[in-house]
Ligand binder design. Structure first.
Ligand SMILES: Cc1cc2nc3c(=O)[nH]c(=O)nc-3n(C[C@H](O)[C@H](O)[C@H](O)COP(=O)(O)OP(=O)(O)OC[C@H]3O[C@@H](n4cnc5c(N)ncnc54)[C@H](O)[C@@H]3O)c2cc1C
Length: 498
């Protein structure tokens, strides 16, 4: 699938192999692009290797496709593959390839940033309890990340006005508040600054549009400091003497395989793929924690029918988590009737003022357990040749029961009928984390507090694979903030080493 614009933007991976690149970044989602731009801004020469093709140059909801429910699933299908999350009891069947695929993954320039739903809450301060960083350490990086992605409607001082805010929404917020359920406008990764004096709205944040706007970005053949090769899948990190010496890559367009010499490498394939690549490269041989402590949010969804239309076509409400209630709620409307699908996460832009139905999503903290793990299948070679084993702990089951009760409570507070509700399995939230957990103690973690492998001198990870635990907040903003922090630290270290 070759876009005619691709030759203007993309580099030949063989040109990257012969260029003098300071750092290779694997993956072009928010983790990879945030890292690469920060390193390039600090003077380093960076190349991104992305397995997927270039399909869109901005988020699917920022352009003409926003309201095209008939076309958007087809765009997903160009770059989507199916994966397996399973229970411990079914692991042997999954290993034999006898468990049906039940989850989605995406491989494309921009990764999931082309399709994400835009919701950008921060972690609560208490969510960092198991991290090597506390909330004070993360706060400035959250602020930078919010500016970078053009976030709006958050709780930070000076946050841009919420994307979704009107009197009808205020009335629903008041109805919830009156029943003891404090709710707010939604924080979103959507630029709401006025289109004025040279500022064009950037719409939904997407790493691909962020990359294309970056003045350092161009073709490596033309001497650009920041470049990207698409359809270039890294199949193995070749490690020798405690360092990654080369990356084995496959050019998906031609099927040819070759090596790219490595000075410094950052994994940013998303938590699952970064972990899978580490295992496929033999990094689990000397470290039994590689691939462990992998989890995903608890996820319940529902549809409510309000007693009357609110007279506005769109609303977006957030019920934040509390220390006692480790889950949050997102509500979107108004619809004639519909059901959430990851293939149209921006459906709420396409509401209907006479609709009475509201989509309800409840995401809850699931603590990472050692038994939550990624396993390679025997024939592992391709990106889909793995399964994730994840069982709900007693704590998870209690939280899921509380989420179910809360769903009924929120419907009742709004005077709405609960039309349908369902619990989704592990992996369905698409907020996976762990596998390469960071920590202060090398014997209890894979990576250090800056996301660098304890046992491999020139390898780091920028995505949620390094998170030891999660908050209930959706992952995008925290991935971006931590990637910024760790890239700044890496640039400092590399400058000192030069
Ligand atoms: C439909 C949908 C809705 C969502 N809504 C929200 C939301 O509202 N709020 C929120 O916070 N989060 C949301 N998320 C989740 C969020 O998008 C992800 O958590 C986040 O974007 C992950 O970013 P990442 O950079 O870690 O990984 P990804 O975006 O997955 O990017 C990784 C990239 O690396 C590439 N890659 C992997 N392995 C290799 C390899 N070996 N060689 C070369 N390339 C490789 C992949 O092809 C991929 O393109 C949503 C996700 C989806 C799909």
């Amino acid at each position: 699938m070759k876009s005619p614009i691709a030759p203007l933007l993309l580099s030949d991976p063989r040109a990257i192999a012969t260029a003098d690149v300071d750092c290779l970044v694997i993956g072009s989602g928010t983790a990879g692009v945030t890292t690469a731009i920060e390193l390039a801004d600090r003077g380093l020469r960076v190349a991104i290797l992305e397995a997927g093709p270039l399909v869109l140059t901005e988020h699917v909801g920022s352009g003409p496709f926003a309201n095209r429910e008939d076309i958007v699933p087809g765009i997903h299908d160009l770059v989507r593959y199916r994966t397996v999350w399973t229970s411990g009891a079914e692991a042997a069947k999954a290993h034999a390839g006898k468990v049906e695929t039940n989850n989605n993954a995406w491989s494309v320039v921009g990764g999931r940033t082309l399709f994400w739903g835009g919701f950008t809450p921060r972690f609560l301060d208490s969510d960092f309890a198991d991290w090597p960083h506390d909330a004070d350490e993360m706060r400035p990086w959250y602020e930078r990340a919010e500016k970078l992605i053009g976030a709006s409607g958050g709780s930070a001082t000076g946050a841009a006005a919420p994307f979704m805010h009107h009197a009808a929404q205020d009335r629903l917020l008041a109805r919830l508040g009156a029943k003891g359920i404090p709710a707010t406008n939604a924080p979103l990764g959507i630029d709401t600054l006025a289109v004025h004096d040279g500022h064009m709205s950037r719409g939904f944040d997407s790493s691909v549009s962020r990359l294309l706007r970056c003045p350092h970005f161009g073709r490596i053949e033309n001497g650009a400091r920041l470049s990207l090769a698409a359809e270039t899948e890294v199949t193995k990190l070749v490690v020798d003497g405690g360092l990654v010496r080369r990356l084995a890559v496959r050019d998906r367009a031609t099927g040819r395989t070759f090596d790219i010499p490595a000075r410094q490498v950052v994994l940013a394939g998303g938590a699952v793929q970064s972990t899978r690549l580490a295992l496929a490269s033999g990094l689990g041989d000397g470290d039994p924690l590689v691939g462990r402590y992998m989890g995903d949010h608890l996820f319940r969804q529902a549809v409510f029918c309000l007693p009357e239309p609110i007279g506005e076509k769109a609303l977006y409400i957030f019920i934040p988590p509390t220390a006692e209630r480790p889950f949050h709620v997102q509500m979107q409307g108004m619809f004639p009737e519909t059901w959430y699908s990851p293939l149209h996460a921006t459906v709420w832009l396409n509401g209907n003022a006479s609709g009475r139905f509201v989509l309800f999503y409840c995401f809850g903290v699931s603590k990472a357990e050692r038994e939550g793990r990624l396993v390679l299948r025997d024939d592992a070679g391709a990106m889909a040749d793995y399964y994730v084993v994840n069982d709900r702990s007693p704590g998870d089951l209690a939280a899921l029961a509380a989420m179910s009760t809360f769903t009924t409570d929120v419907a009742a507070a709004l005077g709405a009928e609960l039309v349908r509700t369902e619990e989704n399995g592990p992996g369905a939230a698409l907020h996976e984390y762990g596998g390469l957990r960071m920590g202060l103690d090398p014997s209890a973690s894979v990576t250090d507090p800056d996301g660098r492998f304890w046992r491999i001198g020139n390898l780091g990870c920028a995505d949620a694979a390094i998170w030891p635990q999660q908050g209930s907040a959706n992952s995008y903003l925290t991935i971006t903030a931590l990637a910024l922090r760790n890239a700044a630290r890496l640039a400092e270290t590399m400058a000192t080493a030069k």
